[in-house]
Design a protein around this ligand. Structure first.
Ligand code: OAD
Length: 259
């Protein structure tokens, strides 16, 4: 593993920070084997049409296809393990007085890595809920068969309380973000000293606008991504590399933690 050189001003800003916000996207879970959305060849939207899957309209038109696809992803998440990036973010939380993790990811790998103060902007795949009474439902592990495909049709189950259809616990395109999580995310982005933007293409709104809020508020902004994005020139530091390599090194160097 190559040791990355971090600018001293970055390390100094991080050590001095009392309020740190981390915004994560699909790239933080890539090294756990969960595909991102927009990466070439491996991205989910390369092989599946987002409009056919991640909208209210798609679910109404073909519920079994959409439910089957989300069950396939739920099975992939259940099989996956947190990677060194999730663990480094959890360690950071223990070193910073006020720490907020904002994630666009619907997996629970941050929780399983030990992160505590987490805002899920796009919902949670493990928490499907009833379209009628909105009650959350927990289902047993998805079958291994589902984990292999992604195109298996499965009829969504019905709510045991009210009989309405159960829907995936994620936010679809065209839907509002959860009110409380979104308000807290904006507030913390406005007030932080250091804002990280990790493993996200920064293309999806309104989540991406959090980085603008932090920049406008004068925070030190740090992007971690192996590829270039539209915000490369807007952030204070752009660290090129996989999050699972860059973050453990950064956390170790900042807080003198032996690796
Ligand atoms: P994207 O797939 O748009 O972007 C993933 C980013 O992760 C890309 O910029 C990659 O270069 C980067 N990446 C890949 N591997 C990485 C690694 N090992 N370390 C760090 N970065 C890596 O995913 P998001 O930005 O999360 O929304 O997408 C945002 C939203 O669009 C998702 O939450 C989802 C999607 O449609 C909904 O489903 C509502």
């Amino acid at each position: 593993m190559t040791q990355q050189e971090f600018p001293l001003s970055l390390i100094t800003a991080l050590r001095a920070a009392t309020r740190v916000v981390v915004l994560t996207g699909a790239g933080v879970s890539a090294e756990s084997g969960i595909p991102t959305f927009r990466d070439k060849q491996t991205g989910l939207w390369e092989n599946f049409d987002a409009a056919e899957l991640a909208t209210r309209y798609a679910f109404d038109r073909d519920p079994a296809f959409v439910w089957g696809w989300y069950e396939w992803r739920r099975a992939a998440v259940q099989k996956a393990q947190p990677n060194p990036a999730h663990l480094a973010i959890a360690t950071m939380e223990t070193r910073v007085p006020q720490f907020t993790l904002i994630t666009q990811n619907v997996d629970d790998l941050h929780e399983r890595a030990g992160s505590r103060n987490i805002l899920h902007l796009h919902g949670e795949i493990s928490r499907p809920y009833c379209e009628g009474c909105r009650q959350s439902h927990v289902f047993p592990r998805a079958t291994p068969k589902i984990a292999l495909g992604g195109e298996e049709r499965i009829e969504p189950p019905r709510c045991q309380s009210c009989g309405a259809r159960i829907r995936p616990g994620v936010v679809w395109f065209g839907e509002a973000l959860p009110d409380g999580a979104w308000a807290s995310a904006r507030e913390s982005a406005r007030q932080c000293d250091v804002f990280f933007c990790i493993g996200t293409s920064s293309l999806v709104q309104p989540a991406a606008s959090l980085t603008d809020l932090a920049i406008d508020a004068g925070a030190t902004t740090i992007q971690v991504n192996p590829d270039s994005t539209d915000i490369d020139d807007l952030v204070t530091f752009s660290l090129r590399g996989p999050a699972g390599t860059v973050l453990p090194q950064l956390v170790a160097e900042t807080w003198n933690i032996p690796q």
